[in-house]
Design a protein around this ligand. Structure first.
Ligand SMILES: Nc1nc2c(ncn2[C@@H]2O[C@H](COP(=O)(O)OP(=O)(O)OP(=O)(O)O)[C@@H](O)[C@H]2O)c(=O)[nH]1
Ligand SMILES: [Mg+2]
Length: 351
């Protein structure tokens, strides 16, 4: 069970550039005096929480981050340019911990929050700065300060965007395995899943989200039957639920009612969450039966269920898209219908 996405990174701010030792040398100007410029500052390393990311996966690929070195100062009082900063962009909710993995350095809990992790070294002073009434031609300059280096841990508590609910054996874990890299235990007996599993769905670069597979719910779960409902806490913060109903069972309406009743009894707004309803295991149903079950469930629920099979993959993308759309709607990211092009046109001539 992985609820944490974490990684260790190495950061280093840039060294400052050294100050220059230089003297003005021009024809006809005697005693031109010192003109060594300062070195540039080394780059800083920052971390920033940004919207639109939900994993630390990018930090698995790159773990070392070094800011630029400041350029040395030059003659004619030219200062060296500063080194470039590095800004690590992480999802909102990322915690920064010290190398010991215990000391909390920061909790980036809102978008736009920015924190300096390592300050770049100051540039050294050029010899111009050391000029004084006594020593009018100083022959020394300062070296640049060194940058700082440190190891840090980034930790993100994964929060599922979509929760999978249904009776035991509805095929929730199979669905999770079909849609993500997660490898939950799957078997044909109830309560195979004892603790929630999370998986990352990667539909496209802007459609990545976390889905949670939880144990099955049975009648009386809210009173402790089966595994109870405590694990529903893991889907409390999701944006939408996928309600899977095993299409091979006889009483699909009863299955729907049972799960809905348990969601109601649990409270915490779970019953009001946007829900995508789907009849699962359609690989085992012929066309007539699919249609028949779809109509039956629609009649009882008022919602046209989608048809899906975690085994054959049929309808999986559509179901994920529908769920992700509900999540975005719930977050106020989608207004109106962006599937307009696909909407059926009435055709024919209208005055
Ligand atoms: N034919 C068919 N069988 C499926 C499908 N999905 C799951 N199954 C089977 O249904 C049984 C239960 O699958 P699971 O994925 O473990 O179901 P679950 O909802 O996670 O069950 P619990 O964890 O016990 O709540 C297994 O034998 C699966 O092979 C499907 O799309 N088609
Ligand atoms: Mg399961």
């Amino acid at each position: 069970m992985k609820f944490l996405d974490q990684c260790k990174i190495y950061i280093r701010s840039g060294d400052g550039g050294a100050g220059a030792v230089s003297f003005r040398r021009e024809k006809y100007i005697e005693y031109g005096g010192p003109d060594g410029g300062d070195g540039g500052r080394g780059g800083d390393v920052w971390i920033e929480a940004v919207e639109g990311l939900n994993t630390l996966i990018d930090y698995r690929y790159q773990q070392h981050f070094k800011a630029g070195t400041g350029v040395h100062g030059m003659g004619r009082n030219r200062a060296g340019p500063a080194g470039e900063d590095v800004v690590l962009k992480v999802p909102v909710g990322t915690e920064v911990l010290d190398e010991d993995k215990e000391t909390l350095i920061a909790d980036l809990d809102h978008a736009g929050m920015r924190l300096l992790l390592a300050r770049g070294g100051n540039g050294g002073w050029g010899n111009t700065r050391f000029k004084g009434p006594i020593n009018q031609a100083p022959k020394h300059a300062n070296p640049g300060q060194e940058g700082e280096e440190r190891w840090l841990w980034l930790r993100l508590k994964l929060i599922a965007d979509v929760g999978l609910v249904g009776l035991p054996n509805a095929g929730k874990s199979t669905f999770l395995a079909a849609t993500s890299a997660a490898k939950p235990k799957i078997a044909d007996y109830p309560f195979t899943t004892l603790t929630p599993n999370l998986g990352m769905v990667d539909l496209s670069t802007n459609e990545r989200f976390v889905i949670a597979d939880i144990p099955g719910l049975i009648e009386g779960a809210s009173e402790g039957a089966g595994l109870g409902t405590r694990f529903l806490g893991h889907v409390e913060r999701t944006g939408a639920l996928i309600h899977l109903i095993d299409g091979t069972q006889d009483d699909i309406v009863g299955a729907w009612k049972t799960v809905r009743a348990e969601l109601e009894a649990y409270g915490e707004g779970l019953a009001d969450k946007p829900e995508v309803l789907a009849i699962n295991k359609i690989d085992a149903l012929d066309d007539d039966l699919r249609r028949w079950k779809q109509d039956e469930l629609e009649e009882a629920t008022g919602i046209r269920p989608l048809l899906v099979s975690g085994v054959s993959g049929e309808g999986v993308r559509e179901l994920l898209r529908a769920a992700w759309r509900k999540v975005r709607e719930q977050r106020g990211e989608v207004v109106g219908d962006d599937d307009m092009e696909e909407a059926p046109t009435t055709g024919g001539w209208t005055p």
